[in-house]
Design a protein around this ligand. Structure first.
Ligand SMILES: [Zn+2]
Length: 228
């Protein structure tokens, strides 16, 4: 969570509703298909979802968003200056272009079911989650690739929050630990996010590589993959 975001919402709430205390608040960044921010009140808790396209925005923009969302929630007039500040930021060249690209990318992707002919990727994920991540990892969309590609064995796609595994592994000749090793690698990408700046590099930090070696059959799996 971005530092200070909670405080921004708290201060904005006090401005709009002096004397009231802020309900329990949960803020999350969410991969909307376009720039979108939502607020809901559920069972006395406020749930705020902000577009992940705004993650790098300055505090002034988050103050404007907090004002707009909370004013909407509590039916207070929206300050013109705040509305203008938000519109100006979202309308700025960079953000609209980024939103456009992300929308294109998200729209184009076709994800297939996790259950293959032989292996179920959801089950593989949950098993690894328990064994290596204390069951703490939120499962992304798990999908087999459309084609039996050998070029890309697996990848994590942050725009769709999806792990896509090559269909060549959905086969009885593939030992479970080989598929698990591929999925484990992609799960480490979830755990060690990389700020992608335009390129589609697959970056493995020293920390990432050290953790990858913790997979007990890493050696065997690598040997198998070399013969693939
Ligand atoms: Zn990788």
């Amino acid at each position: 969570m971005r530092e200070g975001l909670f405080e921004i919402f708290q201060e904005t709430f006090q401005e709009l509703r002096p004397g009231h205390s802020l309900p329990e608040l949960k803020i999350e960044f969410f991969a909307f298909a376009n720039i979108n921010n939502t607020i809901r009140l559920r069972e006395g808790k406020l749930l705020v979802r902000l577009s992940d396209l705004l993650e790098g925005a300055p505090d002034t923009v988050f103050r404007a968003i907090a004002h707009i969302l909370l004013a909407k929630m509590y039916r207070r007039p929206i300050d013109r200056g705040q509305a203008a500040r938000y519109r100006k930021y979202v309308g700025s060249h960079d953000i609209t272009r980024k939103a456009h690209l992300v929308r294109q990318m998200r729209g184009r992707k076709r994800l297939l079911p996790a259950r293959g002919h032989f292996y179920d990727l959801d089950a593989v994920f949950e098993d690894l989650n328990t064994r290596f991540f204390y069951g703490l990892m939120a499962r992304p969309r798990m999908s087999w690739s459309q084609n039996k590609t050998r070029r890309i064995l697996g990848h994590y796609d942050p725009a769709h929050n999806a792990i896509i595994i090559s269909r060549i592994f959905d086969h009885p000749a593939i030992p479970p630990y080989v598929l698990e090793y591929i999925v484990y690698h992609e799960m480490l990408h979830l755990k060690h996010p990389v700020k992608l700046r335009g390129s589609r590099r697959c970056v493995h930090s020293a920390e990432f590589q050290a953790e990858e070696k913790l997979f007990p059959q890493a050696g065997q799996a690598n040997a198998f993959l070399k013969r693939l």
